[in-house]
Design a protein around this ligand. Structure first.
Ligand SMILES: C[S@@+](CC[C@H](N)C(=O)[O-])C[C@H]1O[C@@H](n2cnc3c(N)ncnc32)[C@H](O)[C@@H]1O
Length: 308
């Protein structure tokens, strides 16, 4: 029997209200850049006017297959990374939503290799149709490179020890190929445990971010949003950890002020492109009902009138 994995959407009403600028029946073109299982997308479609459009993106073929079940002429899905957002026509979009990270179906399916909670092949690619799996990368990467990834993307104090353990195991018994093998190696290398957290948490997060180029694609999508958003168009981004949130926060801040060119002190300042509107956290009730929501932060900004 086919298993239909489910995902509980985080900040559903808050994100959709922010994206649609509280309009009752908006008629523009909106982008859901992270379709997942379509929680946000279905709510957007329920609010959209008959002449509105929703363009969705997802890297994951299973998410795209789920999206194909939506029979609605206003809706389309692209099996693409959201870094491709800039292929849409300039100033054509009334709102872009990014709900970052992985979905529960990805995490909960052992075959995808995202979680140390289940044994499975060490893959972690969101798009399994291209690129290297984590196992393939770990089989040849230099220990120093492995340590840098685990330190920079996992903020893991024992990154060097973990990288050494991975390299030693490679020499002795061949490369790590399953999630359980990696979790066991990491547990042996991490000397102090953080309360309530599996010792492999930081390493798995780091490898996932790296193998999917998550932070680079986020930066590219944010840049592209400036081009595709029309004046007053909304940018709404939900992040789940500090590395992502820092990028979003700094991006909005950097484009929310006038920039003076110090070499040309009498020239007009470069105009601001965004106006920061809100920072929203899930309610206590939402976190109680869905613990995955606890680290979520939604940041909202509006494109200003001035086009670059
Ligand atoms: C947190 S889930 C989104 C859940 C969705 N909002 C819902 O309510 O069902 C994140 C989704 O974004 C996708 N994703 C992550 N990074 C992506 C990227 N760079 N380009 C396209 N899709 C991406 C993942 O494959 C996953 O399906």
């Amino acid at each position: 029997m086919e298993t239909r994995w489910t995902h509980t959407t985080v900040l559903l009403e808050e994100a959709v209200d922010a994206l649609l600028a509280d309009a009752a029946r908006p008629s523009g073109t909106f982008v859901d850049a992270t379709f997942g299982r379509g929680g946000h997308a279905r709510r957007i479609l329920a609010r959209l006017a008959p002449e509105g459009r929703l363009i969705a993106f997802d890297k994951d073929a299973e998410a795209v297959a789920e999206a194909a079940r939506i029979e609605d002429a206003r809706f389309s899905i692209r099996h693409q990374g959201f870094a491709q957002l800039g292929e849409l026509p300039p100033a054509s979009v009334a709102g872009v939503l990014l709900d970052l990270g992985v979905s529960s179906p990805q995490l909960d399916n052992p075959a995808r290799g995202f979680s140390f909670r289940f044994d499975g092949p060490l893959d972690m690619r969101m798009d399994t149709t291209r690129g290297e799996s984590v196992a393939q990368w770990l089989a040849t990467a230099e220990p120093q490179q492995i340590a840098e990834v685990i330190r920079d993307y996992g903020e893991e104090r024992f990154a060097v020890q973990i990288a050494k353990a991975i390299a030693a195991r490679r020499q002795e018994r061949g490369p790590v190929s399953t999630t359980a093998e990696l979790a066991e190696l990491v547990a042996g290398a991490v000397k102090t445990r953080e309360p309530g957290q599996n010792p492999a948490t930081r390493t798995f997060q780091a490898l996932r971010i790296f193998i999917n180029a998550e932070l680079e694609e986020l930066q590219q999508a944010l840049e592209a949003s400036l081009t595709v958003l029309q004046p007053q168009g909304r940018l709404a981004v939900i992040s789940f950890h500090s590395l992502e949130d820092r990028i979003v926060k700094q991006f909005i801040a950097a484009h929310s002020r006038e920039v003076f060119d110090r070499r040309a002190p009498f020239a007009a300042p470069r105009a601001m492109k965004l106006r920061a509107l809100a920072r929203i956290k899930p309610s206590a009730a939402e976190v109680a009902a869905n613990p995955r929501a606890r680290s979520a932060i939604l940041r909202v900004a509006a494109r200003t009138e001035v086009q670059a």
